[in-house]
Write a new protein. Structure first.
Length: 139
């Protein structure tokens, strides 16, 4: 069963499309957190960022890079929060990679990306060194 976003790409479900090219696609979020809230997706379905092939990842970033100023300018925003919910535990509901571009306005009452974490961990120097080494060895 194709994801709801694939159905949008295929024109089976209506959406306010703001950009499309060979590999990427963008449209307004149906439940906007702010005017201009836009979703940028790869045309093909990949569940998580880590599933996206290198070439498509490059295209996806190019489209995000192009749309951030377009979205901000269109709604006269002061800034934007640009983020992926990458996996169910992070709040991803639609299993088709999508980048949220959420316009932000001075005094809009929203929080920074730091607000997404629950309880923050109290990590010692050794634990931090260990985690950094684990990541570095996989990067
Ligand atoms: P996430 O929680 O990161 O998976 O976000 C999914 C987003 O998709 C939510 O912000 C929804 O409002 C949005 N959404 C769901 N269905 C549609 C649709 N048919 N058209 C546009 N946006 C949608």
């Amino acid at each position: 069963m194709p994801t709801i976003f694939s159905q949008i790409v295929d024109g089976e479900i209506p959406a306010r499309v703001v950009y499309e090219d060979e590999t990427t696609f963008a449209f307004l979020d149906a439940n906007p957190l702010a005017p201009g809230h836009t979703l940028v997706i790869p045309r093909e379905e990949y569940e998580r960022l880590n599933d996206v092939p290198d070439e498509v990842a490059t295209d996806l970033y190019e489209t995000i890079h192009r749309l951030v100023p377009a979205v901000e300018d269109a709604v006269d925003a002061d800034a934007s929060t640009v983020a992926f919910n990458n996996g169910e535990a992070a709040g991803q509901e639609v299993p088709h990679v999508h980048c949220h571009i959420v316009p932000r306005f001075d005094g809009d009452g929203g929080g920074p990306i730091h607000a997404v974490a629950g309880e923050t961990p109290d990590l010692g120097e050794d634990e931090l060194d260990g985690i950094a080494a684990e990541i570095e060895s996989r990067a």
